[in-house]
Design a binder for this molecule. Structure first.
Ligand code: NAP
Length: 248
């Protein structure tokens, strides 16, 4: 039976690239999405064309009932869970800290931080050898913003990713003896739709020259790092934050 990976926010961008690569590597894949059902169905169809089982579930990771339903649907459909990619994430319009409302902070932290904590909790319950599971791997999609701070753009987003780094380090130590590895990737500037949320769709092009490798990254390049961290090739790696930034 194939291993099963759950990728939150797998309908577009880095999550979609990770879903397709994981399928090529032999996983059956569940992707979740927030609202873009057509994009999710398209990725699920591409996974099935690779002769893997796929499932696309609408689940807003900022809502606990949606997360519980997502994991129960995985249980019912596949009967096992071997890997989780906490990928779903948002940022909001570029502004300084002075311009940030409580409502904005709540949206960013509930999606990027609370959603990842709750998904990690549900995955650990299923994968931990302590609870009769087979062990597994979790990869959190953090950001280089966690160490750069994103001044003048989205310090809130950067801080949420720093929280994800700490989740990675702490949870890795907590569940290492139970057969679960927990790591994070910290992408730099990657060409996806997310920059439009910040009000600047062309940000990857504007900043390309400032990156040591003189180009922005592709979603496939982050997906390769995520799928490698999930794999047995990374069997002695846990609690690691892997930068995928072209040197940024
Ligand atoms: P993207 O192209 O905007 O895709 C975001 C994905 O997340 C979509 O599948 C979206 O679903 C889903 N999503 C958004 N809000 C959600 C919610 N509340 N619940 C469930 N799913 C939700 O973004 P991306 O650039 O691929 O980013 C993916 C991850 O990489 C994020 O965590 C981001 O912070 C991180 N990252 C990105 C970059 C970059 O430069 N692109 C750099 C560093 C880190 P719908 O299709 O339904 O909207």
């Amino acid at each position: 039976m194939n291993k099963v990976v759950l990728i939150t926010g797998g309908s577009r961008g880095i999550g979609a690239a990770t879903a397709l690569l994981a399928a090529r590597k032999g996983y059956d894949v569940c992707i979740s999405f927030a609202s873009n059902e057509n994009a999710a169905r398209d990725i699920a169809g591409q996974i099935e064309a690779l002769s893997r089982r796929s499932l696309a579930v609408k689940a807003d990771v900022s809502l606990e009932p949606d997360i519980l339903n997502l994991f129960e649907t995985v249980d019912k459909t596949f009967g096992r869970l071997d890997a989780l990619v906490n990928n779903a994430g948002i940022l909001e319009k570029q502004t300084t800290v002075e311009g940030m409302t409580l409502e904005r902070l709540a949206r960013v932290f509930s999606t990027n931080v609370f959603g990842s904590f709750l998904c990690a909790r549900e995955a650990v319950k299923r994968m931990s050898k302590k609870h009769g599971g087979n062990g597994g791997a979790i990869v959190n999609n953090s950001s280089a913003a966690a160490r750069l701070g994103a001044p003048g753009e989205y310090v809130d987003y950067a801080a949420s990713k720093a929280a994800l780094d700490t989740l990675t380090i702490g949870l890795a130590k907590e569940v290492a003896a139970d057969g679960i590895r927990v790591n994070a990737v910290r992408p730099g500037i990657i060409i996806t739709d997310i920059h439009a949320l910040g009000g600047e769709p062309g940000r990857p092009q504007r900043l390309a020259e400032s990156i040591p490798m003189k180009r922005s990254g592709g979603a496939d390049e982050v997906a390769a790092a995520i799928v490698w961290l999930l794999s047995d090739e990374a069997s002695y790696i846990t609690g690691t934050l892997l930068d995928v930034t072209g040197g940024r």
